[in-house]
Design a protein around this ligand. Structure first.
Ligand code: ATP
Length: 289
């Protein structure tokens, strides 16, 4: 039996780090939304008691380090399943880009294996299991748009944001999330207003959404990687209404409403950047398969 599951990328419309907790994790407040750029995860039941990962992409591990492997393993262990699964991942989401590609693959495996192994888990139960794999996995189980708190696992769903194009551009550099958090000083940075972003989304107010885009991690990444800062400036020059870095970067996204502005921004960036995508926000939550 086979199943194909879509694993969409996420962007952060707002990302705030409130403080470092006693357990060493950071207390976060993020507004996230899924966009129409997705990996394709194909799941096939096998009789052997093992998990096989296939991915043709460089930098994506094909063993137990893959988050999709971890997702299958956690379900296998929790529910004493003694058959296996072959997981084939067709990557379209740039890797280590701040777009939660790995977390979304893991979430797709949780949703898909819930169906294939007939586990009968609710979406909330799957999201809870997802939190054991990584901080973005819970959100990726639900998809759509949400406010995420705690380490990212306390999810409050939000309505779809105002309709617009999201033009994503990833400079060809790697950014280590750990390194970015290490250099973040939560006491001196400007914090975005999560509440204002949530309000803008509830009100369907595009202008206010643009005005309230904010990511506290930009303070580190933009200083350490001037390429990202330059890219943000270029995007504004090419006509984006608002521009922000997603996650810890290095992907930057620009918002525009009109098709002609999207084309201008897209073409301008394509001139010198390999990885550029013009996508829509995915308003709807993921289906529980
Ligand atoms: P986030 O936005 O959640 O910080 P990211 O977009 O920065 O995530 P990912 O693309 O999820 O980063 O990958 C980060 C690292 O995780 C990669 O360098 C890779 O080695 C590892 N990894 C494990 N599983 C996967 C997967 N299924 N797809 C991509 N990378 C994976």
């Amino acid at each position: 039996m086979k199943l194909l599951v879509k694993a969409p990328a996420k962007i952060n419309l707002s990302l705030d780090v409130l403080y470092k907790r006693e357990d060493g994790f950071h207390e976060l407040e993020m507004v996230m939304t899924t966009v129409d750029l997705a990996d394709r995860v194909e799941l096939e039941l096998i009789k052997d008691d093992r998990i096989i990962i296939q991915s043709q992409t460089r930098f994506v591990p094909d063993d137990e380090r893959n988050l999709a492997y971890k997702a299958a393993k956690i379900l296998k262990d929790k529910f004493n399943i003694n058959t296996g699964v072959s997981i084939s991942i067709e990557k379209h989401i740039p890797v280590a880009a701040g777009l939660a590609g790995g977390s979304s693959d893991a979430a797709a495996v949780l949703r898909g294996m819930n169906k294939l192994w007939d586990l009968g888990l609710s979406i909330d139960e799957l999201a809870k299991i997802g939190a054991e794999i990584g901080s973005d996995v819970s959100f990726c189980v639900y998809g759509g748009t949400a406010l995420a708190k705690g380490r990212g696992e306390v999810i409050t769903p939000l309505p779809p944001p105002p309709n617009c194009w999201v033009v994503l551009s990833k400079p060809s550099i790697g950014v280590s999330t750990g390194e970015v958090y290490e250099h973040l000083d939560v006491n001196t940075v400007n914090h975005p207003s999560t509440q204002s972003m949530v309000r803008a989304i509830h009100n369907g107010d595009y202008e206010s959404m643009c005005n309230n885009l904010g990511n506290v991690l930009e303070s580190v990444t933009l200083t350490r990687y001037p390429e990202v800062k330059n890219l943000k400036e270029d995007m504004k020059r090419f006509g984006a209404d608002a521009v922000l870095m997603s996650g810890s970067g290095p992907t930057v996204f620009g918002l525009v409403q009109h098709d002609s502005r999207m084309q201008r921004l897209y073409n301008g960036l394509r001139g010198y950047c390999n990885q550029v995508y013009a996508v829509r926000i995915l308003g709807k939550k993921n289906e529980l398969l």
